[in-house]
Ligand binder design. Structure first.
Ligand code: NAD
Ligand code: TYD
Length: 341
């Protein structure tokens, strides 16, 4: 199978490249990425020289480049996206372009080239805040921030290519994912890298928001199973059940790194913060998927990777990231409160 992996230089995309090349000896990977601030070619430097791997530096919104890269491919897995909620609140424009228009361009190219299996990678955030129970695939979509709204738009558009044109599209909606190579803007790498540097861990609101953190290898295995055995026209949730709030997450990180709890700081909340996500993944489990990592193991592996790979994240944190960090955190941290009780 020759697979075009779009967004392959990012966190989950690069882990998926690794997954495919290690699990499927006959696979050929075309890794396409625009290399935005979140894309890092070092994430797949390990495959330079592997004859089964090639990199195409391109924007998914560029129809000619997307078409050229897809020619001869049997499959497409689309990870390419603007992916961070806080940035989407600051500036939604790039999210609409890549997460919606980029999907249209890819689906058109896939139609033209007769691609046989397509997975569009979406997120649990399209269900919005889930106060109780777990969202099944038929639950109402109720995204509440520009990131999740554009992801909902993108996946609905992708699926419309199945209903309107018979394009074999499947959608996955994954839970919060953690592991190696995650850009230090999502909560786990922010907390881990800050703790390593004895900097404060900025906790939004009262720190009671709940997420289901899943190890990236489990997410990749779920996506790969859908690619190979999913039903075209279907949506698959990919999530774990274990619920963790932000304070418990911060404490877990600090314990693993043997750092003091006094590093935890409560800061002004994210606007429109979704306080709970929860997925029912029975449909994917029926295909044979089961997560292999407990939350404790996933967090421990992730923390250890950041401890062992400062040369990966230190250059990021000292570059343009600093501007983002200042903008998102500086004023809020100046007025932060310690955790009491
Ligand atoms: P990421 O931000 O680490 O990576 C995104 C990649 O897409 C980057 O390499 C970036 O350069 C590339 N990209 C952005 N715009 C592009 C464009 N116009 N053309 C080509 N490439 C472009 O994101 P991630 O965390 O790896 O997420 C990957 C996908 O998984 C996204 O679609 C995201 O919505 C989804 N997802 C992420 C999570 C999570 O917890 N991280 C959970 C569920 C679903
Ligand atoms: P994040 O990693 O941004 O993922 P999501 O897209 O699911 O919101 O945030 C996960 C949770 O952690 C969410 O409840 C917001 C919270 N959070 C903090 O408390 N502090 C932070 O610095 C960040 C980035 C997130």
């Amino acid at each position: 199978m020759r697979i075009l992996i779009a967004g392959a230089a990012g966190f989950i995309g690069s882990n998926y490249v690794r997954f495919v090349l290690s699990q499927h000896q006959n696979a050929q990977v075309v890794a396409l990425d625009k290399l935005t601030y979140a894309g890092n070619p070092e994430n797949f430097a390990a495959f330079d020289g592997d004859s089964r791997f090639e990199f195409v530096h391109a924007d998914i919104c560029d129809a000619d480049a997307a078409g050229e890269a897809l020619a001869g491919c049997d499959a497409l897995v689309n990870f390419a996206a603007e992916s961070h909620v806080d940035r989407s609140v600051m500036d939604p424009a790039a999210f609409v372009r890549t997460n919606v228009e980029g999907v249209r361009v890819l689906m058109e190219a896939a139609r033209t080239h007769g691609v046989k299996r397509i997975v569009h990678v979406s997120t649990d955030e399209v269900y919005g805040h889930v106060p109780e129970g777990a969202a099944g695939e038929d639950a109402r979509l109720a995204p509440r921030n520009p990131y999740s709204a554009t992801k909902a738009g993108g996946e609905l558009l992708a699926m419309s290519y199945f209903t309107s044109f018979g394009l074999p599209v499947m959608v996955t909606r994954g839970a919060n994912t953690i592991g190696p190579h995650q850009y230090p803007e999502k909560v786990v790498p922010v907390f881990v890298t800050n703790a390593i540097e004895d900097k404060p861990l900025p906790i939004y609101g009262e720190g009671q928001a709940v997420r289901n953190y899943m190890y990236v290898a489990d997410h990749c295995a779920g996506i790969d199973l859908v690619l190979r055995e999913g039903e075209p026209g279907s949506v698959y949730n990919v999530g774990v059940e274990f619920e963790v709030n932000t304070v418990s997450l911060a404490m877990g990180v600090l314990e693993l790194l043997e750092k003091p709890r006094s590093l935890m700081r409560l800061i002004d909340d994210r606007p429109g913060h979704d306080y709970r996500y929860s997925l029912n993944s029975a449909r994917l489990e029926a295909l044979g998927w089961q997560p292999q990592y407990t939350f404790q193991r996933a967090l421990a592996e992730t923390v250890q990777w950041y401890v062992d790979n400062e040369d990966w994240w230190q250059p990021i944190k000292s570059g343009s990231y600093r501007e983002y960090y200042e903008k998102n955190y500086a004023a809020r941290l100046a007025q932060s409160r310690p955790l009491t009780g």
